[in-house]
Design a binder for this molecule. Structure first.
Ligand code: GLV
Length: 330
């Protein structure tokens, strides 16, 4: 019997590609070329499944041009690169990698929040430039993190993991806003309190964005929201760049209407808005929230588990462990 053909669209751990080769005819991408839409369409001809990352956009037109594709497996928890409705309409399964990256991503979010709040990148640039000649009482003076109010917008797994770090490690008061309230059993150990978005913006000393990106959450924080925040507050974004209006953010930071920002994600990344690059009070990282070796490995293994199960192999044959659109299974 012919084995299904699959595409691994970006370079990933060789052992994960080898695991897939035990089940499939695999076309991989050891050069790590980022395929154009045309190249991706061409590479997907005859393929039953695709192992993709956030750099591959999957929509209805692409699926129509690649009718054999039955499953797309994202090596990411966010899946705004996949048009889920278009997948479901064509009976194409879509999967992501939830759970395995929660703690690692929360670590990065917390680190970035602290780096922004305590002006660490700014201090390092100052030191490396040879400008540190003496101590002074107000050098790099900054807001405290411990004991302050942590605001979390988007209280899913990663939001809760950040809340735990803030409440249990740093004695922070935790406020959050989410479409739905957490169960009291989850709120209680953190003393986390659901508030409306306006209250969150007004009261947070350190606001962290961890909500999924979609048309509904585009520019969730724009000029009007920034205007409600305290001038001493920080904003950290580890969700997706499009959650924030970056021009409005840069303006607020430039005008001292917000103390600092920590950004791991950018609208149009890897391009970074020059207005942000020009500012001292922004800590910037290149979308590395989940980038620990163990976590990236776990994400790749989970994406492979999904692909193997979706195409009818392995112990979970037929039902991928993190299927986003179970309706396609009927
Ligand atoms: C990373 O941004 C992810 O969604 O996993």
């Amino acid at each position: 019997m012919n084995r299904p053909q699959v595409l691994v669209a970006r370079k990933v751990f060789p052992e994960v590609v080898e695991r897939l080769r035990a089940h499939f005819e695999v076309e991989d991408n050891p050069q790590d070329t980022i395929y154009t839409r045309e190249q991706l369409t061409a590479r997907l001809q005859g393929k039953s499944g695709a192992f993709i990352t956030g750099s591959e956009r999957i929509d209805g037109a692409l699926l129509d041009a690649c009718p054999q594709v039955r499953v797309v497996c994202n090596m990411a928890v966010g899946y705004n690169n996949i048009d889920l409705a278009a997948c479901s309409a064509r009976q194409v399964m879509a999967t992501n990698t939830p759970g395995v990256l929660t703690e690692t991503t929360a670590d990065l979010g917390f680190a970035l929040m602290m780096a922004a709040a305590r002006r660490i990148p700014e201090g390092e640039r100052f030191l490396r430039a040879g400008r540190w000649t003496r101590w002074s009482y107000d050098m790099f003076i900054a807001p405290d993190v411990h004991g302050s109010t942590l605001g979390i917008l988007g209280m899913g797994r990663i939001g809760q993991a950040i809340a735990r770090r803030g409440a249990l490690g740093f004695g922070m008061k935790v406020l959050y806003h989410n479409r739905s309230r957490l169960e009291p059993a989850l709120e209680a150990p953190l003393a986390a309190r659901w508030v409306d978005k306006r209250t969150l913006l007004r009261q947070a000393d350190h606001l962290v964005l961890v909500l999924p990106y979609s048309a509904d959450t585009h520019h969730t924080v724009a000029a009007a929201e920034l205007a409600q925040m305290k001038p001493s507050a920080t904003l950290t974004n580890i969700g997706r760049g499009g959650l924030v209006d970056e021009d409005a953010l840069a303006q607020a930071l430039r005008e001292g209407r917000l103390a600092a920002a920590g950004l791991d994600v950018f609208e149009g990344e890897p391009r970074v808005n020059p207005a942000l690059l020009a500012l001292e009070n922004v800590a910037l990282t290149p979308h590395i929230g989940s980038a620990s070796l163990a976590t990236r490995r776990a994400m790749a293994e989970l994406a492979a588990d999904n692909l193997i199960a979706a195409l009818g192999c392995g112990p979970q044959a037929g039902r991928p462990p993190s299927l986003l659109n179970p309706e396609v299974l009927g």
